[in-house]
Design a protein around this ligand. Structure first.
Ligand SMILES: [Zn+2]
Length: 134
């Protein structure tokens, strides 16, 4: 699929961990993630279960330069359709689990800022205002 490979190229050149279709103006429910040197393409992804919790620094290609402390599950089971059209079920952990939750949120119209606690959200919003002024 040309579109998915374009997205993989984009995250490589942007040095990102993931990208969702709606960040690049597409309505397909697709995201790509990079796990070490491998690309994973998720079509119509759905979180089946999530466990654990960890707060860590997170950024987003849609908010260049903005970072925030966001709590995410550390282990997530996701179902999706692969590029080959097969139903897959994959367990992801830690950083990749964080990226997967971040990208599925994008597909659901939820931004990482929305996942921050109240105080952090406020800080991020004011920092974003500053960044946009530069
Ligand atoms: Zn993002």
């Amino acid at each position: 699929m040309g579109f998915a490979s374009d997205m993989c190229q984009a995250i490589t050149s942007l040095n990102a961990l993931g990208l969702s279709a709606n960040q690049v103006g597409k309505t397909e429910r697709i995201f790509v993630a990079k796990n070490e040197e491998r690309f994973l393409v998720f079509i119509n992804p759905k979180i089946i279960s999530q466990t654990g919790a960890e707060i860590a620094t997170e950024g987003c290609l849609s908010f260049p330069g903005l970072f925030g402390e966001i709590e995410r599950s550390t282990k997530v089971v996701v179902s999706a359709i692969s590029l080959q059209g097969k139903e897959i079920k994959i367990t992801v952990r830690d950083l990749l689990a964080r990226a997967v939750q971040h990208e599925i949120d994008h597909l659901d119209g939820i931004l990482f800022i929305d996942r921050a606690d109240k105080k952090e959200r406020k800080r991020m919003l004011s920092e974003w205002k500053e960044l946009r002024r530069l």
